[in-house]
Design a protein around this ligand. Structure first.
Ligand SMILES: C[S@@+](CC[C@H](N)C(=O)[O-])C[C@H]1O[C@@H](n2cnc3c(N)ncnc32)[C@H](O)[C@@H]1O
Length: 279
């Protein structure tokens, strides 16, 4: 797919995912708590600083950051999908956060002045952008000298069966295209060497990478399918197109493949995030 076509399609997909990310926010945050904690620790937000969250989704990672910035500091919570920004803003208002600004920002064209933020945080965003090199260059441009970047992307498909089993099944059934090497997608920045190279090329001189394990838990296959249908980007779009019988056939196939992950009356899937601190 051409990059421009990918950008258009991806934005449309993520606009459509926004209500689901609002609805499933608590489950997402339970599973991803270790990653959120890692990013917060490495970003090390201090009172009075300006922090930018890119690809914020429902906003939870940045909201924790905002809690450390005080009344004089500011979090810019952003996403390229305007519906996603609305979801984050509603949640931020519910939490009573007063030092947060909400903006529609594409990570490839941030649109803030050079050297204008003290830190950037981005959980599970950079691997989805059409041109990751451009997004990292934009991040470096808006960071002040000495500014910190804390990011997480997903490790390999093998490390993340919570996502890859369903994805592989749809590829086998001809309902999703085989992922092209190097193309944007959930596992596109799994390779630590490539990630380090991209960050180095963007001008980051200090890069520290750590693999952080997570666990996704689902009471049943049907719960998994409901969750994926509402949140899983391109995969969700395929699931939304299923009629009742296709959905049942898909769930039956998953049931078989999920068997090794059954434990204590639920399914427990391991996952690994590649967490990275750069400056
Ligand atoms: C997997 S979700 C992660 C959301 C949130 N950061 C989290 O961890 O819960 C990916 C998010 O990246 C956003 N996104 C994808 N491409 C983007 C881009 N080029 N610029 C900004 N945001 C983008 C999507 O709209 C979506 O909200």
């Amino acid at each position: 797919m051409e990059l421009e076509e990918y950008r258009r399609a991806s934005r449309e997909v993520w606009e459509a995912m926004a209500p689901g990310w609002g609805e499933w926010a608590a489950e997402m945050e339970t599973a991803n708590a270790p990653v959120r904690a890692w990013l917060l620790r490495e970003l090390d937000p201090r009172p009075g600083e300006t922090m930018l969250e890119l690809s914020a989704g429902a906003g939870a990672t940045g909201f924790e950051v905002a809690g450390h910035l005080g009344d004089d500091g500011r979090l810019i919570s952003s996403d390229f999908a305007s519906e996603m920004v609305d979801v984050a803003q509603r949640r931020g208002n519910e939490l009573g956060l007063r030092n947060v600004e909400y903006r529609v920002i594409d990570a490839e064209r941030v649109g803030l002045p050079d050297n204008s933020v003290d830190g950037v945080v981005c959980r599970y965003g950079y691997m989805l952008v059409a041109d990751a090199a451009r997004a990292f260059a934009e991040t470096r441009r808006v960071l002040r000298p000495g500014g910190r970047l804390a990011l997480a992307v997903w490790s390999s498909a093998e490390d993340n069966p919570w996502a890859s089993i369903a994805g592989r099944l749809l590829v086998e059934r001809g309902q999703l295209p085989t992922p092209e090497p190097g193309a944007p997608g959930i596992f596109a920045l799994a390779d630590e060497d490539r990630l380090r190279m991209l960050l180095g090329d963007a001008g980051f001189t200090s890069v520290r990478v750590q693999q952080v394990p997570v666990t996704f838990r689902f009471p049943s296959v049907n719960d998994y399918v409901a969750w994926a249908t509402n949140t899983a980007g391109a995969l969700a779009v395929v699931l939304r197109g299923f009629d009742e019988s296709e959905r049942a056939a898909f769930a039956a196939d998953l049931d078989e493949r999920f068997a090794p992950f059954a434990a204590g009356g639920e399914y427990r899937f391991p996952g690994v995030a590649v967490c990275t601190a750069a400056s």
